[in-house]
Design a protein around this ligand. Structure first.
Ligand SMILES: [Zn+2]
Length: 300
C-alpha cells in the first residue's frame, strides 16, 4: 500500500466531448497507475461533492446559483470555454471535494494527491479557461475555517498564470501565491501573485528548474502550514496550449524538486493536476502519473 492516498472519482470527467481539454485523462491516469502496478485499487479514495457552504466561502451566490440551475448567460459559457452540462457541474463539485480531501490527507500523510482539480482560472463571480470553481481556494478556506491551517502556499507550475488564485488572495497575508508561467500566454491580464515568475517562450528544463529553485526558496521562508502544488502538465514541449519546452524528464524533476523542498521544510503538500494538452494524450497521462510516482519516491 502507498504511504499516501490517491483521491479520484469516475465522475471527474467533465463530459466535454471532442475538446482540447482531455477530461478523460483522469480515468486514464487512474487506470495506468493500477495497470503499471504503482498503485492498488485500495490506494484510491473517492471524495464527496463539496458542500455549497464551502463553495460560498470563495464564490458569489449568483455564480453558484446559475451554475447549479443551468442559467448561465451565453457570454458566461463563452468565457468558460467548455460546454455546459449537468455532468460538468457535478464534476467540478466532486473535484473540489477531492482537493479538500487531498489537503486533509496531506496534513496526515505529508502528501495528498487529487487526480483532478487545479482550476486556477476561476474567479469568485465567473469562470474562465475551463475552470468553473476554484477548488484550490475553496480547500484553503475550508481548512482555515476548521483551524487546521493558518498559512497556505500555492505553488502553481501550470504553464498558464494563476490569475484566479492571485485575484482571490490579493491582500490576504495568510496565503502566499507563487505562479511560474509562460508570460506570453493566456490569460492576457495577470493580476499580481505574491511571487510571479514570468518565463520567456521556449524555456527549457535547466532554466525552468533554476527559476523554480529560487522561487521555492523565497516561498519556504513564509513557513506555510500547507502547500498546494498545481502540477500542470502543460509546460511540456509538445503541449498544444503551451509555449515552453520542458521534457517529460524535466517535468518529473520539477515534481521531485517541489516535493523534496517542501518536505525538507516540513511543509505538507496537496497536489492538484490542472492543465495538460499534449498532442498525444498519452504524454499528458505519463506526466501526471510521474507526479504520483515522484510523490511516492519523496516519501520513501
Ligand atoms: Zn494551463
Amino acid at each position: 500500500m502507498l504511504p499516501f492516498r490517491l483521491v479520484y472519482h469516475p465522475r471527474y470527467d467533465l463530459n466535454l466531448g471532442d475538446h482540447v481539454f482531455p477530461a478523460r485523462k483522469y480515468r486514464l491516469i487512474h487506470d495506468r497507475l493500477i495497470a503499471e502496478r504503482f498503485a492498488d485499487p485500495s490506494d484510491f479514495i473517492q471524495p464527496q461533492p463539496v458542500s455549497d457552504d464551502e463553495v460560498l466561502r470563495v464564490h458569489d451566490p449568483g455564480w453558484v446559483h446559475r451554475l447549479k440551475t443551468g442559467t448561465l448567460s451565453e457570454a458566461e459559457i463563452v468565457k468558460l470555454e467548455i460546454p455546459y452540462s449537468r455532468e460538468m457541474v457535478e464534476g467540478f463539485w466532486l473535484a473540489t471535494g477531492g482537493t479538500i480531501l487531498a489537503a486533509r490527507n496531506a496534513l496526515r500523510d505529508r502528501i495528498g494527491l487529487n487526480i483532478g482539480g487545479g482550476f486556477h482560472h476561476a474567479f469568485p463571480g465567473h469562470g474562465e479557461g475551463f475552470c468553473a470553481l476554484h477548488d484550490i481556494a475553496i480547500a484553503i478556506r475550508s481548512l482555515q475555517h476548521e483551524r487546521m491551517i493558518e498559512r497556505a502556499l500555492v505553488v502553481d507550475c501550470d504553464v498558464h498564470h494563476g490569475n484566479g488564485t492571485a485575484a482571490i488572495f490579493a491582500g490576504d497575508r495568510s496565503v502566499l501565491t507563487l505562479s511560474l508561467h509562460q508570460f506570453n500566454n493566456y490569460p492576457s491580464e495577470k493580476p499580481s501573485s505574491v511571487i510571479d515568475v514570468d518565463l520567456a517562450d521556449g524555456v527549457e528544463d535547466s532554466e525552468y528548474l533554476d527559476r523554480l529553485v529560487g522561487a521555492l526558496k523565497v516561498a519556504m521562508s513564509f513557513a506555510p502550514d500547507l502547500a498546494i502544488y498545481v502540477a500542470g502538465a502543460d509546460p511540456y514541449r509538445e503541449d498544444q496550449l503551451g509555449g515552453l519546452a520542458l521534457t517529460i524528464d524535466g517535468l518529473k524533476g520539477r515534481d521531485q524538486l517541489v516535493f523534496e523542498t517542501a518536505l525538507a521544510h516540513s511543509v505538507p503538500v496537496a497536489v492538484v493536476l490542472a492543465g495538460g494538452y499534449a498532442r498525444d494524450t498519452n504524454d499528458t497521462v505519463t506526466i501526471h502519473c510521474n507526479t504520483a510516482i515522484a510523490a511516492g519516491e519523496a516519501l520513501q
